[in-house]
Design a protein around this ligand. Structure first.
Ligand code: 5GP
Length: 187
């Protein structure tokens, strides 16, 4: 079996990456989504081990020290990281692994896995992004402000990525992700 491939999906908070990913995985169950660890508290409905592994700071810091994370970053006051072992195992087995991560993590992966395909999802506008984050109604005002500040910085870095996809129309954005993944597939 040949080596698999890493696919990085990045885009500002609220851009709809999660919804796009869920549909993508339903249509292509052969894709493997890496489950990250985070120190953020679970949102209503989030399940430990499915959406994230929810851990405390000391557990997270121990994993960093032990080299258990492929990449990690601080985002809006919480830590997020990609567990190394599961991803390396999947890639070794020839699977295509998706990392849904923010900009700092994507930059770390670009250094360690220069062949990873990097996709950036853009909102139609910043105003629309703010509307989406607010209508999710799951974050405090302070968290919303931090997420919007971070969104501006991330959007400014979109050109660093191999592909940019605007999520203005869900079906079209999904179609573009699929075309990108399956047109560039080596196998
Ligand atoms: P949220 O709190 O909205 O679930 O995620 C906040 C941000 O953290 C999102 O941009 C998401 O892509 C990013 N994120 C989730 N998991 C990871 C990870 O393992 N590493 C990094 N660097 N970012 C992550």
């Amino acid at each position: 079996m040949g080596m698999g491939e890493l696919i990085v999906l990045t885009g500002p908070s609220g851009v709809g990456k999660g919804t796009l990913l869920r549909s993508l995985l339903q249509r292509h169950p052969e894709l493997y989504l890496s489950v990250s660890i985070t120190t953020r508290a679970p949102r209503p409905g989030e399940i430990d081990g499915k959406n994230y592994y929810f851990v405390n700071r000391s557990t997270f810091e121990r994993m960093v020290t032990n080299g258990d994370l492929l990449e990690w970053a601080e985002f809006a006051g919480n830590l997020y990281g990609t567990p190394r072992q599961a991803v390396e195992d999947q890639v070794r087995q020839g699977n295509r692994v998706i990392l849904e991560i923010e900009l700092q993590g994507a930059r770390q992966i670009r250094k360690t896995f220069p062949d990873a395909l990097q996709i950036f999802i853009l909102p139609p506008s910043l105003l629309e992004l703010e509307y989406r984050i607010r209508s999710r109604a799951q974050d405090s005002e302070d968290a919303i402000t931090r997420r919007l500040q971070r969104a501006r910085a991330e959007i400014d870095a979109a050109s660093e990525f191999d592909i940019q996809i605007v999520n203005d129309d869900f079906a079209k954005a999904l179609d573009r992700i699929e075309t990108t993944l399956f047109a560039t597939a080596a196998c």
